[in-house]
Design a protein around this ligand. Structure first.
Ligand code: AMP
Length: 396
């Protein structure tokens, strides 16, 4: 497998699959450009070394040609970020697009139209992938967020580039960092699983039980565990059909010698609202008419101690409804614990939509070792699945 740095750059067109699925407000202003900024090192390396760049991405889930999801709304900001003109073509395949790519001079950048304006993209259509491949001499996959999809631009296209394919720096970085927590993580290894439901985290929980020394459970899924163990959980979120599964997880943890940390106290609310009446209780004594929306301070303290004694920490999912200020203390406490573990030399990885949002909210993302932008792709990679976007580059 080749590395980006090992290609001759001069007069070569580098076709980069980026993830520019950036959020925008109703006036089409970009509200978070993290994904665009992340790709700048890859683009800058190529253009400063004499190559040219063609960028392709999807945005949203358009039904046909939806102008609000056009890539043209990104051109001005991308030009600013790169401090140079970015050309745009309102197609991603066909003569016009191919011609535009072939007329690029050394150091120039071209952005093509939203790949998902064609249904062939998500269908993984081979002819569409072939047409896309005409846009470049070298294929670079730098879109980790879509690496778990076998789409035309993320995986199928690679076959048309033989050896002329590689990861961009975003992708290489993600893989390098996530690899530090799968197979051979430094011990003690602690995984923190939070979020709403057990059902959406079950595969990753079972996988983590194979790897970790400590498994911390928090968030909404707490109450399914507590109810399964015979506790009173009031109106808390419970998945009635997952009670047996929760008991199974408890048993598996025991048999594997994993310390399973389930909250011991709970901050409760009489409705799902920031201004609800709050009442504190032990986790198995949530009063009738109340629901647990955050871990209690005693739990936060216990989790903190486990996290601070760890050499590797993976955090996925908030400890409570952190979007509501009054129920965000538990999540903030965990974020702080990750920061102090990092300062003590631990490798700390935050990944999965809502924990990334939480760490950003507290401005702590540069105080942990790595924040994965991968979301679903990161989870699948951690679960041990082969991701099509990675396999397409690593296989000959
Ligand atoms: P997930 O996408 O599964 O990681 O879930 C994240 C969501 O879980 C966030 O929007 C949180 O507000 C929500 N959440 C966390 N704790 C609770 C809880 N105790 N009850 C209900 N929802 C929760």
């Amino acid at each position: 497998m080749k590395h980006l740095d090992s290609f001759p750059f001069q007069n070569q067109r580098f076709l980069i699959r980026v993830d520019y699925n950036v959020p925008m407000d109703s006036d089409l202003n970009i509200t978070d450009d993290t994904r665009m900024r992340a790709t700048l090192p890859t683009i800058n390396k190529i253009i400063s070394s004499g190559g040219s760049v063609v960028l392709m991405s999807h945005r949203g889930r358009p039904k046909g040609q939806d102008d609000s999801l056009s890539m043209r709304h990104l051109v001005a900001h991308l030009s600013d970020l790169l401090s140079q003109e970015v050309k745009f073509i309102d197609q991603c395949v066909g003569d016009k697009a191919t011609k535009a790519s072939k007329s690029l001079k050394s150091g120039e950048v071209l952005l093509v139209e939203n790949l998902r304006f064609h249904t062939e993209e998500t269908a993984g259509d081979i002819d569409f992938a072939k047409q896309l491949s005409e846009l470049g001499d070298v294929y670079v996959n730098d879109a980790f967020g879509t690496a778990h999809r076998a789409h035309a631009s993320t995986a199928v296209i690679a076959q048309f580039f033989k050896q002329n394919k590689c990861f961009g720096y975003v992708m290489a970085n993600e893989i390098e960092n996530i690899d530090k927590v799968v197979g051979g993580a430094k011990k003690p290894f602690t995984a923190i699983m939070g979020g709403a439901k057990v059902s959406s985290k079950i595969t990753i929980i079972l996988r983590m039980l194979e790897e970790v020394d400590n498994l911390i459970i928090g968030g909404g899924m707490t109450y399914t565990f507590v109810k399964a163990m015979g506790g009173e959980v009031g109106n808390s979120l419970v998945e009635e059909d997952k009670l047996d599964l929760a008991l199974e997880i408890i048993e598996t943890a025991k048999s594997k010698g994993v310390r399973l940390c389930i909250p011991t106290d709970s901050m409760n609310a009489d409705k799902f609202d920031n201004d609800a009446n709050k009442e504190y209780s032990l986790v198995g004594n949530v009063p009738e008419g109340f629901m647990g929306l955050d871990i209690g301070h005693q739990t936060a303290q216990q989790f903190n101690e486990v996290i601070e004694q760890s050499a590797t920490v993976l955090w996925n999912g908030p400890m409570g409804v952190f979007e509501m200020e009054n129920f965000s203390q538990g999540t903030k406490a965990i974020a702080d614990a990750l920061v102090s573990a990092t300062q003590k030399g631990a490798f700390t990885l935050v990944g999965g939509g809502d924990s990334v949002a939480a760490i950003n909210k507290y401005n702590l993302s540069d105080k942990v070792s790595y924040v994965s932008t991968g979301g679903g792709a990161m989870l699948e990679y951690l679960e041990g699945k082969a991701l099509p976007g990675i396999a397409a580059i690593t296989q000959d």
